[in-house]
Design a protein around this ligand. Structure first.
Ligand code: CTP
Length: 394
């Protein structure tokens, strides 16, 4: 099926380079639809884009008929990728603050596909704290950015802010559109979410895990052709298409389910935040309050991952380590103790990392001690990096 990219062009000297992006994408058989801001039209004519894209170019909301506008929003919803290149500080700021005052920002707001910004501006503007905050905010909301290049800028300054090379942008677009099937036929079990440990029929002990990281891995793995079983603690997330979800509640439940399915799996990725302890006694009846303090005695849960490590064979085992300090040291200890191929370690006290959000900041450490620290990225991006590492280990 033909892929559709919507390309938003904003005003800047680099606008002419967007013409090369269009021709490169078309050569790859990708359908392109261009939306230009008013300022972009000062730098390049819509006719150039119309000729190269072979599609009508949209320049602003007001000259168009209503039905056409609606049609265009429908296109934004259908697009496989929304690329904004060059992206000015202005469009980044508008997107970050929910401003939709022209055709580009209106359509952007209706987009349901991945959104990729390729910023281009003067170095001082790019480094401006407000622009950087807007970029961080958008990344946090799941948008993607291609770092600008460094060099001589049109204004004569030397520094970061040049639109990234067309080849790099096109490569990035292609990797978004590409459907890798490099895990075809592999059986991957992923665990996700928290566990809940009952105190009585009404109360329980749990943790802040949202399950988002594990679900992102399950979804990415199925897209890459794997057969996926997702053993999930209680979450509010929808099961990704094509994934077999097995719901569990407590650590003991998860222990049994994971061990029952271990034989089936070629790879186990344990993203779940499993409670290390559970109440030693679970009351059958609701515990009534009294004037006294009460104590709940906790007993150890089995370590699920360690139980798998003990019978690992040639399966691939991937663990997670959520820490607040001594990240790398603790992660290395866990690799050894649980007999893992590699571990994904994140510092949950860092902003934009850990349980709740859509982004993570992680390091991947393997059993040979090689460690790679990754910058903040969406959980989907990190999921694919983890799967690349699984693929390489297989
Ligand atoms: N894990 C598990 N079973 C448990 C506890 C943890 O399978 N009872 C798995 C998690 O799914 C994760 C890894 O072990 O992949 C590390 O979990 P973490 O809580 O960070 O570490 P622990 O080994 O529990 O050690 P500590 O709590 O001391 O940090």
């Amino acid at each position: 099926m033909k892929k559709h990219v919507v390309l938003g062009v904003t005003g800047g000297i680099a606008a002419y380079k967007a013409l090369d992006i269009i021709s490169a994408l078309r050569k790859k058989g990708i359908e392109t639809h261009v939306i230009m801001t008013k300022n972009a039209c000062e730098f390049v004519t819509p006719l150039s884009f119309e000729t190269l894209s072979n599609n009508e170019v949209v320049t602003d909301t007001f000259k168009r008929t209503k039905s056409w506008e609606v049609e265009h929003i429908a296109l934004a919803k259908r697009a496989d990728l929304f690329l904004i290149a060059p992206a000015s500080a202005n469009v980044i700021g508008k997107a970050a603050h929910g401003i939709a005052d022209d055709m580009l920002t209106t359509t952007l707001m209706a987009a349901r596909c991945p959104i990729l910004f390729a910023p281009a501006m003067n170095t001082a503007m790019y480094e401006n704290a407000i622009v950087q905050e807007n970029i961080t905010f958008l990344k946090n909301k799941g948008c993607y950015f291609i770092e600008p290049d460094s060099g001589f800028l049109a204004c004569g300054d030397l520094g970061k802010g040049k639109l990234q090379k067309v080849e790099v942008i096109v490569e990035e677009v292609l990797s978004f559109l590409e459907e890798k099937k490099d895990l075809e036929g592999k059986n991957i079990m992923v665990t996700a979410g928290p566990t809940i440990e009952a105190i009585d029929p009404m109360r329980y002990i749990t943790n802040h895990s949202s399950g988002k990281m594990g679900y992102a891995i399950a979804e990415a793995a199925v897209k890459r052709g794997a057969n996926v079983k997702l053993v999930s603690g209680p979450t509010n997330l929808l099961c990704p298409d094509g994934v077999e979800r097995i719901n569990t509640q407590s650590a003991m439940d998860m222990y049994e389910t994971v061990n029952q399915n271990f034989q089936w799996a070629d790879v186990v990725i344990k993203a779940a935040a499993v409670a290390d302890y559970r109440p030693a006694e679970v009351s059958d009846m609701k515990i009534k309050k009294s004037g006294e303090d009460i104590q709940i005695r906790l007993t150890r849960n089995p370590d699920i991952l360690q139980s798998l490590g003990a019978k690992k064979g040639n399966k691939i085992l991937v663990g997670f380590a959520a820490e607040t300090h001594n990240l790398i040291t603790y992660a290395k200890e866990k690799i050894e103790k649980k007999n893992l191929d590699f571990i994904v370690a994140n510092n949950i006290s860092e902003e934009n990392a850990g349980f709740k959000g859509d982004t993570n900041i992680a390091a991947i450490i393997d059993k040979d001690g090689v460690s790679n620290q990754y910058p903040m990225m969406s959980k989907t991006e990190l999921a694919n990096i983890i799967l690349d590492k699984v693929r390489a280990t297989l």
